[in-house]
Design a protein around this ligand. Structure first.
Ligand code: ADP
Ligand code: MG
Length: 610
């Protein structure tokens, strides 16, 4: 009785289905997965195949090296497409010689607004008594000494209206003053605070954000600015929006430059020839043009612009990966999503970032036929098992998806992977339509990383996968849906007050970002919706009969991203508006949305009886 292993090598995961096949009778005896090793379709995949197959053997009750149990390995004919994501700013504000501090130290001191001239604390005693002052306190002044000095000056009638402090001492100093003044602390580059200049410090009450310094007309009022100067201060006020505390210092040389880098034009080549669009028009306009230009021949960016550089980089990466000469790399699909890209504010004194608008582009590049023969040979050498190339990935996927209880042809599936979103439709007569679209799990991670302003791929993956909570006491958390949950045992003290991710087994992982639960949730859901809901509709429009999504009955979601705790529901909601029933697949009634291609590879062999 032959034992067949169906093996699906994806961009991110290699999946195995192991079965005993007897005529039309197929009994599945093990399945497994392992991260894909190397670029999909290359001989480097063999190692991942061997590891995944070993795990499947183990699941079937044999040892990992027991390859001789297997009579045949069927590999998928990997789709000759490969995806990549890039991100670029569309506008960029540069503030030079700037005069602003806007950040969220955990504990600023005092509250309200203080206006005065910046003076180093060492020179406070000798400053003219009738002048309003803002004390600048470097870290070598500890809070005891600093507050004593301020008390002394205030006691003899000096007018210290606010303070800017290098260390984390805002509260400690404010609490030691007869009447607290606003103090912004944790200003790392204190030595770059210009002295002898008019300055305004604002600290918002707990739970609020600065209002005066985030409003250009209030800043104009405070400093007596002309209309022209007010226009120039706008980028400063914009960068201060949402901060708990802020400082604006007016320096005569202060020069604010708003530089709008030309985002550039996209050239989209389709059946009607080349059409042009400025990236500044945004994701909506780009996607409309892409839709009108189906089937795409290629996409280029205007040389010497942001998007030009971006498209070149994508082409070069693809060329390096696949060995195809750069001139032969053709972009066959593109997904654009409007995003925010954090830009370091030049001249900010506490590592300020301002959010500039940008666009994330995922592209799908058609490669030459992948060197599957080499790979098949490598797997045969390493395992000693006969290997054949089984069938086209999308066809295998739909055959596997049909093992989901409650499904029958005609059936459409959407395979939500890491690099691409693929869709296929099997008609009643068994013929299959298929397409590959740019943009999937990796793009969601890229958008999350950029909008929340950090640089840690693992954190992005976790933020995508796990629901959020806020640890409100050592015994309870508030989950992102608003419900409260209590714990029998006290939570670790370092979690208190933090925004955290709820991993399996109620393990809490605090997020090392200064942001709110609501913002993280909003960024996460927007990224998922703009990638996967957009692509689900786009994909179905392409495979549906007469391009009409309403003519579809059932849509099964498969692939790693269909495991997501909210993506399938988002897609189901969106598709219900077209009267389409959709949901997460459950391959063979046991595998959930995974293993569709591997299962299909086994089943089609059984059926053909070859
Ligand atoms: P491929 O077929 O391209 O190898 P997969 O079907 O393995 O891709 O899907 C990989 C994608 O699935 C990745 O983007 C990964 O982040 C995502 N993924 C895997 N598990 C989960 C999960 N539990 N929740 C959300 N996304 C997940
Ligand atoms: Mg896949």
């Amino acid at each position: 009785m032959p034992i067949v292993a169906g093996i699906d090598i994806g961009n991110s995961t290699t999946e195995v289905a192991l079965a005993r096949v007897e005529g039309r009778e197929v009994t599945f005896i093990g399945s497994a997965l392992h991260p894909t090793t190397g670029i999909k379709g290359t001989a480097q995949n063999a190692r991942g195949v061997v590891l995944a197959l070993g795990k499947a053997l183990e699941a079937a009750g044999w040892s990992r090296e027991d390859f001789r149990r297997v009579d045949l390995v069927r590999l998928n004919e990997a789709a000759p497409v490969i995806g990549d994501v890039a991100m670029e700013t569309v506008t960029e504000t540069i503030i030079t010689e700037s005069t602003m501090i806007g950040h969220n130290p955990t504990t600023p001191g005092g509250v309200g607004i203080g206006l005065g001239e910046t003076v180093l604390i060492d020179d406070l005693a000798s400053a003219p008594e009738d002048r309003a002052l803002v004390a600048v306190i470097p870290a070598d002044w500890d809070y005891e000494r600093a507050s004593e000095e301020l008390r002394k000056i205030l006691g003899r009638g000096g007018k210290v209206k606010a303070a800017i402090c290098q260390s984390d001492d805002g509260v400690l100093i404010a609490n030691r003053l007869p009447s607290p003044v606003p103090i912004v602390d944790e200003v790392r580059a204190i030595d770059r605070v210009p002295l002898g200049m008019p300055c305004c410090v604002e600290v918002a009450p707990p739970g609020r954000v600065v209002e005066t310094l985030a409003n250009p007309y209030d800043v104009a009022t405070l400093f007596g600015l002309s209309p022209e100067e007010t226009r120039q201060i706008v980028p400063v006020t914009r960068a201060l929006v949402g901060n708990r505390s802020a400082v604006v210092i007016r320096t005569p040389l202060g020069e604010v430059k708003e530089r709008s880098i030309p985002a550039g034009e996209l050239y989209v080549e389709g059946p009607a020839g080349r059409r042009t669009l400025n990236v500044e028009e945004g994701a909506g306009a780009i996607m409309a043009l892409v839709a009108e230009s189906e089937p795409l021949r290629d996409i280029f960016g205007q040389p010497g612009t942001n998007v030009g550089g971006m498209m070149e980089r994508v082409r070069r990466t693809m060329s390096n990966l696949t060995g195809i000469p750069i001139g032969d790399v053709h972009i066959r699909d593109l997904l654009a999503v409007d995003t925010l890209v954090p830009q370091k504010v030049v001249g900010g004194l506490a590592d300020e970032f301002s959010q500039e608008s940008g666009v994330a582009l995922a592209v799908m590049v058609e490669t030459r036929e992948l060197p599957m023969k080499h790979l098949a040979e490598a797997v045969r050498t390493e395992t000693g098992i006969a290997v054949e190339i089984g069938g086209v990935e999308a066809e295998m996927a739909i055959n596997g998806a049909l093992t989901t209880p409650g499904t029958k042809p005609p059936l459409a599936i959407i395979d939500l992977g890491a690099g691409s979103t693929d869709a296929s439709l099997m008609r009643e007569n068994g013929t299959v339509e298929l397409i590959h679209l740019a943009g999937a799990g990796n793009m969601v991670n890229t958008i999350i990383t950029s909008e929340l302003g950090f640089d840690d791929p693992e954190l992005a993956e976790s933020i995508k996968r796990y629901p959020l909570c806020k640890v409100e006491s050592v015994f309870h958390i508030r989950q992102e849906d608003g419900t409260v949950r209590f714990f029998d045992r006290p939570l670790e003290p370092h979690l208190f007050g933090r925004v955290a991710l709820i991993h399996e087994g109620d393990l809490l992982q605090p997020i090392p970002l200064r942001t709110t639960m609501e913002r993280v949730r909003q960024v996460r859901r927007k990224a998922k919706g703009e990638v996967f809901v957009t692509n689900a509709v786009r994909a179905l429009e392409r495979v549906a009969p007469a391009k009409n999504v309403r003519l579809l009955d059932h849509v099964v979601l498969v692939g790693g991203s269909a495991l997501d705790f909210e993506i399938p529901t988002m897609i189901t909601d969106a598709l219900s508006r077209y009267g389409v029933v959709s949901g997460r697949g459950n391959i063979r009634g046991v595998e959930g949305p995974r293993n569709a291609v591997a299962t299909g590879l086994v089943l089609t062999w059984g059926r053909e009886g070859t």
